[in-house]
Ligand binder design. Structure first.
Ligand SMILES: Nc1ncnc2c1ncn2[C@@H]1O[C@H](COP(=O)(O)OP(=O)(O)OP(=O)(O)O)[C@@H](O)[C@H]1O
Length: 326
């Protein structure tokens, strides 16, 4: 569906000299796939995406999208090709003086569709993204998530075969991100559209994409199946991205309970904990919270379910012992 064949891109600037944004990229994205491209800032992700809709031409190599050689197309051919390549952006890029309805109608007007066609299509798209009730609102009156829904409806106006997503959820809070990712998944399920998703958030790749490429310094350093790359990341940059997600997840899953027990019960507590340590439960004695030599305060930490089990077991087995929850 999408092929980049030995593509390089050099930006020539008389002031700053040459900037090599992409170096000998070879990439194939299958029809109907959701493909993630991750990398740190400046890795070349946006440049790669702009090559796919012909906003930039490669310095060398060939870019093909759905049978059209984008890298060799004329401006007129590109205008035609872009109708089939929708794009959504981090900052939405909506027309502020037009209503939601008029924003979605815009690409259809440009494509010369009849008024009736436009009316039907816009109504269907607004329903699809759940914004029928906001049709007459202006972008400034919408939440971030609603603005991105308008962006998605507009991108789908000409029934594209490819949807390019440039950091589409990076300006949104976690809850809104989830709802937009859900919407993109539904659209993919319903239409089979090929999606290219650029992001620096591994959680987005994990939830949305089937395959991915990791970029660094203008090159693809690793690519493949998302599950496989998460299971066995080889390149240090991939490992760094995977670890960033694990840390994020672990932090959100860590729970702790503070309890106070008689010191002479500690031995029995360690016995009880030993069975659970492999499930990620840890216990730390809190020296500052010790009120007397007879009692000790502990922090039990780990996954929520496992922490609850330990605390319940202490309460059950040593109910005379646990004085209180601190
Ligand atoms: N029009 C341009 N002129 C000169 N240099 C450019 C231009 N566009 C991009 N670059 C340079 O190319 C390199 C890759 O930039 P690009 O925007 O593709 O990276 P990115 O991975 O998308 O980063 P970010 O996430 O910060 O947007 C950078 O060094 C950037 O400064």
């Amino acid at each position: 569906m999408i092929t980049l064949d030995h593509v390089s891109k050099v930006f020539r600037s008389p002031k700053d000299g040459d900037v090599v944004a992409l170096k000998d990229i070879h990439l194939e994205i299958k029809r109907g796939e959701i493909f993630g491209i991750v990398g740190h800032s400046g890795a070349g992700k946006s440049t790669l995406l702009r090559l796919l809709n012909g906003l930039e031409k490669p310095t060398s190599g060939r870019v093909t999208v759905d049978g059209i050689t984008i890298s060799e197309s004329s401006e007129r051919e590109l205008r035609e090709a872009r109708k089939k390549i929708g794009m959504i952006f981090q900052h939405f890029h909506l027309l502020w003086s037009r209503t939601v309805w008029e924003n979605v109608a815009f690409p259809l007007e440009l494509a010369g569709r009849s008024k009736k066609e436009i009316r039907e299509k816009v109504d269907t798209l607004l329903e699809r993204v759940g914004l029928t009730h906001r049709a007459n609102a202006y972008p400034a009156q919408l939440s971030g998530g609603q603005k991105q829904r308008v962006g998605i409806a507009r991108a789908l106006a000409n029934d594209p075969t490819v949807l390019l997503c440039d950091e589409a959820t990076s300006a949104l809070d976690p809850e809104t991100t989830s709802s937009i990712l859900e919407l993109l998944k539904e659209i993919h399920r319903d239409t089979g559209i090929t999606m290219v998703v650029i992001t620096h958030e591994m959680s987005v790749v994990k939830r949305l994409c089937q395959s991915m490429a990791v970029m660094e310094d203008g090159k693809i350093v690793e690519q493949g199946d998302v599950e496989a790359l998460f299971r066995e990341p080889k390149h240090p940059v991939t490992r760094q991205f995977v670890e960033s997600l694990i840390t994020e997840k672990e932090e959100s899953e860590q729970h702790s309970a503070l309890i106070r027990i008689p010191s002479d019960r500690l031995d029995r507590l360690w016995g009880l904990l030993a069975e659970r340590v492999k499930r990620g439960v840890t216990a730390t004695i809190l020296p500052d919270a010790v009120e007397s030599d007879e009692h000790v305060a502990l922090r039990i930490s780990g996954p929520e379910e496992a922490v609850r089990e330990v605390v319940e077991a202490i309460e059950r087995g040593e109910n005379r012992g646990v004085i209180s929850h601190v």
